[in-house]
Structures are given as structure tokens and as C-alpha cells.
Design a protein around this ligand. Structure first.
Ligand SMILES: NC(=O)c1ccc[n+]([C@@H]2O[C@H](COP(=O)([O-])OP(=O)(O)OC[C@H]3O[C@@H](n4cnc5c(N)ncnc54)[C@H](O)[C@@H]3O)[C@@H](O)[C@H]2O)c1
Length: 325
């Protein structure tokens, strides 16, 4: 049984606690949170032991789950790793690139497992595509949300766009050649809305828009590749593939179009989207990686790579004279 200690029981922390309680191979030993009100609420609601001392909680568990604000990720990761505790840490991995590099180094030296909470990797709409060959040459992404002061200690790039950066990097397995970016700080002193173009060495271009000051929510990714258009709706949990029909497309809706080279049969398919809870899946995957001594599905290196691209984007925006963090 993997003994888990929780650091941070705010908005997301409570979702984690709920899901940890469903995982058979894990047991929560308690939590640490400096906020007395949040701590009292969680102790009462979940009957979970509150630790007043971070070291005592680290000593009592085999693995930590860090859901504290990003500025505390490094200190908590360092403490856990130096005590040989496995780490699940929310995205972004750390506040600065220097901290992220240190976490990667410490984890390697200690031989412990780190997983970063890039939860969209476990979104059912994305999982619906597992087994489908993704080789996009053009990607269009929109992640829009209404304003919420939570998370604004970092820019929209590190708060929201980093989800899409991680997904794009996990699909396009090629180096980044060039980044152009523009961002505007409207409600906070860091960019609240941004548009970014990432060119990859293999020719793929990803165009990402993120906003935390929109009137309505949207989380869509559209992939265009030689044989298909693939739409992923992370919010509505829907996936669509439109492509030239093949013999295997038996369940797809089909129609014909005239092209210069003759009539082509087009197939529209909605691959089955699993009825799954992404947070539960990511935590279960972490437990499986730790207990089976396998690599975590979203490693500290993945977290570092997403941060690296995010920070390059921030530098581009900064060079256009915006105050960024
Ligand atoms: N994966 C996702 O989709 C997603 C979504 C939301 C938030 N997050 C990440 O989760 C983290 C927390 O976000 P949130 O929305 O729950 O924030 P929150 O402000 O609601 O909660 C954070 C909690 O951490 C506590 N805290 C502060 N310092 C601490 C410390 N040193 N040790 C332990 N706890 C401490 C606070 O008192 C608070 O209760 C952030 O890193 C954020 O980026 C990820």
C-alpha cells in the first residue's frame, strides 16, 4: 500500500483527495496546508489528519502529492526527493527554469519517480485517439476561460497554455525551430491573453491561443495531417476524425465529394470516448509507475520541456515590452 501525503488542500487539492480515496493501492496518511480555514474544512470533511510540520508528513509517507501554489513546488519537491519520497506535482513543474532543472537533477540522482499533473494527457477525448496515428503538420488550439483570480500568480502561459504546450510536444516529437508570440496583460500584471506560433524542425506549425479573460469557455485542438483532420474538444469530451474513407471505416458516416482527380469518399468518425475521470487516471498511473518501478507517463523531463517552451514564449512577449512573470 503506497502511503501518500498531500501538500495543499485548496481548490484542486480537494479533487485529489476525493480521487485518492478511490485508489485501492494507495492510502492517504494526512495533509499539510498553512491555511487554518482550508485545513479545518478538509479535516472535518474527509477525517484526514492535519500535519503542522512538513518534515513529519514527509517522514510518514512513501510519496507526496504537491497541489500547493506553483511558487512552493520547488521547495516541496526538493524536500521530498532528498528524503527519497516519490513525487506527484501539479503543473507547472516549478516557478523558474532553474528550479525545474534542479528537480530533474535531484530526481535522477535519488532514483525516485516524479509525475507532473498535465492532466489533459488523461482527458477522455484525447485518450479516444490512442492507437490512432497522429502526424499533424498544422495544429490550431484555443483554450479560453473566464477570469478567476486563482492561478493568476503566474501568466496565462504557465497557467493555461502549458496544458496545450505539453499535449502538442507529446504529439509532435520534433525540436522547436522558432517561436513567435504576442500577449497582453489586461486584468493582472502578466499576460492574460496570448497567441503563439511554434514552428517545429519537422515542418509542423502549432498556433495556440489562450485567454483567461473570455466570456465563455473553450478547450479545442484541431490537428491537420496528410490523411485527416482530427478535432479534440477537451471541454465537451468529444473527438472527431474526418478523412478519406478506408475499408476499415465501417461505422463512419460517409459522403462523396468531387475532386480534380475524381470522386472521393469522405468518412466522419467519432471514436468512442471512454467514460473516465482524468484526475483519477493520472493518480492511478502514478501509483502504478511507483509500485511497478516503471517510468511515469508524464515525467519531470516532460514537465521541464513544457516549461522550457513556455518560458521561451514569455521571453518573446517580454521582448515586446510587456511585463511578464
Ligand atoms: N492540472 C490542472 O488542470 C490544474 C488546475 C488548477 C490548478 N492546478 C495547479 O495546482 C496548484 C494549486 O492550485 P489550486 O487552484 O488548488 O490553488 P488554491 O489556491 O485553491 O490552493 C492552494 C492551497 O495550497 C496551500 N498552500 C500554500 N502554501 C503551501 C505550502 N507551502 N505547502 C502546502 N500547501 C500550501 C494554500 O493554503 C491553499 O490551500 C497550482 O500549482 C496550480 O497550477 C492545476
Amino acid at each position: 500500500m503506497l502511503k501518500v501525503g498531500i501538500f495543499g488542500v485548496g481548490h484542486l487539492g480537494k479533487f485529489h483527495i476525493n480521487n485518492w480515496q478511490k485508489i485501492k493501492g494507495a492510502k492517504l496518511v494526512g495533509f499539510y496546508d498553512p491555511d487554518d480555514t482550508a485545513a479545518a474544512e478538509v479535516s472535518k470533511q474527509y477525517g484526514l489528519k492535519r500535519f503542522d510540520n512538513q518534515d513529519e508528513l514527509v517522514a510518514a509517507c512513501d510519496a507526496v502529492d504537491i497541489i500547493a501554489p506553483t511558487t512552493f513546488h520547488f521547495d516541496l519537491c526538493e524536500k521530498a526527493i532528498r528524503n527519497s519520497r516519490h513525487v506527484f506535482v501539479e503543473k507547472p513543474l516549478a516557478d523558474t527554469m532553474e528550479e525545474a532543472h534542479k528537480i530533474v537533477k535531484l530526481a535522477k540522482e535519488a532514483g525516485i519517480k516524479v509525475q507532473v499533473g498535465h492532466v489533459e494527457r488523461f482527458n477522455p477525448a484525447y485518450l479516444a485517439l490512442s492507437g490512432y496515428q497522429l502526424a499533424p503538420m498544422f495544429i490550431e488550439v484555443h483554450r479560453l476561460s473566464q477570469f478567476n483570480p486563482r492561478g493568476t500568480e503566474v501568466s496565462v502561459i504557465l497557467d493555461l497554455m502549458i496544458h496545450d504546450i505539453d499535449i502538442v510536444l507529446s504529439i509532435v516529437k520534433s525540436g522547436v525551430k522558432h517561436i513567435s508570440a504576442s500577449g497582453v496583460a489586461v486584468m493582472t500584471d502578466t499576460p492574460d491573453i496570448a497567441n503563439v506560433r511554434i514552428e517545429f524542425n519537422n515542418g509542423c506549425v502549432a498556433n495556440l491561443t489562450s485567454s483567461r479573460i473570455s466570456m465563455k469557455k473553450m478547450r479545442k485542438m484541431r490537428l491537420f495531417q496528410k490523411d485527416a483532420y482530427i478535432g479534440i474538444d477537451f471541454l465537451e469530451k468529444k473527438t472527431e476524425i474526418i478523412k478519406l474513407k478506408e475499408d476499415s471505416d465501417r461505422d463512419a458516416f460517409t459522403f462523396d465529394i468531387e475532386t480534380p482527380s475524381g470522386k472521393k469518399e469522405i468518412a466522419i468518425a467519432n471514436p468512442p470516448v471512454p467514460d473516465a475521470n482524468a484526475i483519477l487516471l493520472e493518480l492511478e498511473a502514478f501509483v502504478k509507475a511507483v509500485t511497478g518501478n516503471n517510468p511515469t507517463p508524464v515525467s519531470e523531463v516532460d514537465g521541464l520541456m513544457a516549461m522550457d517552451v513556455a518560458h521561451q514564449i514569455l521571453q518573446k512577449i517580454q521582448s515586446a515590452n510587456y511585463v511578464v512573470k
